[in-house]
Design a protein around this ligand. Structure first.
Ligand code: 3JN
Length: 340
């Protein structure tokens, strides 16, 4: 019998994440019967190449999801908020990349290497949430340590690539870098400050507590995915002049002792993780090497000598692939394998 195949839609098909979703669907041979490329009215009419065929981008409307089995959404929070429930009411399962539904207790928040069982919860509202990029790569690396030694507290600083903001920010870094090297004045359109040759301790919007909403995503989403509200998380999220690949300096304090060698050995067996850790040969994870890959790379694994049970490490992944598109398609793969 022929393999079952599905009607798929990609909402936000012309964006950075949407186009990567299409690339991942093709690369991973997702069984597709038909595909709709959806975007705003502004992008409607454009053509997109997919698996050697040309597709015309359609405007996303209330009627877009009739007879669609699975829709991958990456068109911004407002679109997700309005259209995910409409799609779900039409019997379509939505895998949503925005923050809109992530903390809804009736909507699963899934990282396939960590909590694949949670996909089952899709049936409540017909929506599955894809976590924030910085959270995904952190929990892929930390879940195996949590299972082995119990994580009590995480202190994390991120070094996030401009692609996390979107195409305009990628252009802004390129243009500012060129302008500065040519001693020309820079233009600031996306970020409040110069991003070229700079670091901005500011991602998202500031809350009354002094944290940003991006930082609070890491706190709340980590607890939901690891299914442990007792984990303390203190994040600082930083934008750096890197195009692709988020890096994270992560300190964890565990309940039970665990040595750096034990961490390496647990992570070497962990799904989706690649240990890159030979500092004496200058080998450690690098954003430029993680870009274009789907693994989460971990290195600089060492004992934090300032506490009894502490480990420090450096975690890097492609924010557009594992941090967004790949993770969403992997969720789709579990969905069709076990549920649809
Ligand atoms: O800036 C980054 O590197 C990640 C950006 C994430 C982001 C930016 C705007 C809106 C999100 C997200 O995925 O958490 C959202 C959102 O979901 O609403």
């Amino acid at each position: 019998m022929a393999e079952k195949s599905y009607s798929v839609a990609v909402a936000g098909a012309t964006g950075l994440v949407g186009s990567q979703m299409l690339a991942c669907l093709a690369e991973r041979d997702f069984p597709i019967k038909s595909i709709k490329m959806l975007a705003s009215a502004r992008s409607a009419g454009r053509t997109i190449q997919f698996r050697g065929e040309s597709f015309t981008v359609e405007e996303l409307t209330e009627k877009s999801f009739k007879n669609v089995d699975i829709a991958f959404f990456s068109a911004g929070g407002a679109v997700s908020k309005k259209f995910a429930p409409i799609a779900a009411a039409d019997g379509c399962v939505v895998i949503d990349n925005s923050k809109t539904w992530r903390m809804d207790p009736d909507i699963p928040l899934v990282v396939p290497e960590v909590n694949p069982h949670a996909v089952a919860g899709y049936s409540k509202k017909g929506i599955i949430a894809n976590p924030n990029c910085s959270t995904i790569q952190m929990v892929v690396a930390l879940a195996p340590i949590h299972r082995k030694a119990g994580i009590k507290r995480i202190v994390v600083s991120t070094y996030q690539a401009v692609s996390g903001t979107g195409k305009a920010a990628v252009d802004e870094l390129m243009e500012q870098s060129r302008a500065i090297l040519e001693s020309q004045p820079i233009e600031k359109k996306v970020y409040p400050h110069q991003i070229a040759f700079n670091c901005l301790p500011h991602i998202g919007s500031f809350l009354e507590t002094g944290y940003t909403d991006e930082e609070m995503k890491m706190v709340n989403e980590t607890r939901k995915i690891l299914e442990d509200d007792g984990i303390a998380v203190s994040p600082t999220t930083i934008r750096v002049p890197v195009f692709y690949g988020h890096s994270e300096s992560v300190n964890v304090e565990t309940v039970n002792p665990i040595t750096p060698d034990e961490v390496r050995s647990v992570l070497e067996k962990a799904p989706g993780v690649k240990v890159v850790d030979n500092p004496s040969s200058n080998i450690y994870p690098l954003a430029v090497e993680a870009a274009g890959r789907d693994e989460t790379f971990v290195g600089r694994i060492r004992k934090d000598t300032s506490v009894e049970n502490g480990i420090d490490m450096w975690i890097v992944a492609d924010n557009i692939r594992k941090g967004a598109a790949t993770n969403a398609i992997q969720i789709g793969e579990i969905l069709i394998r076990d549920y649809l």
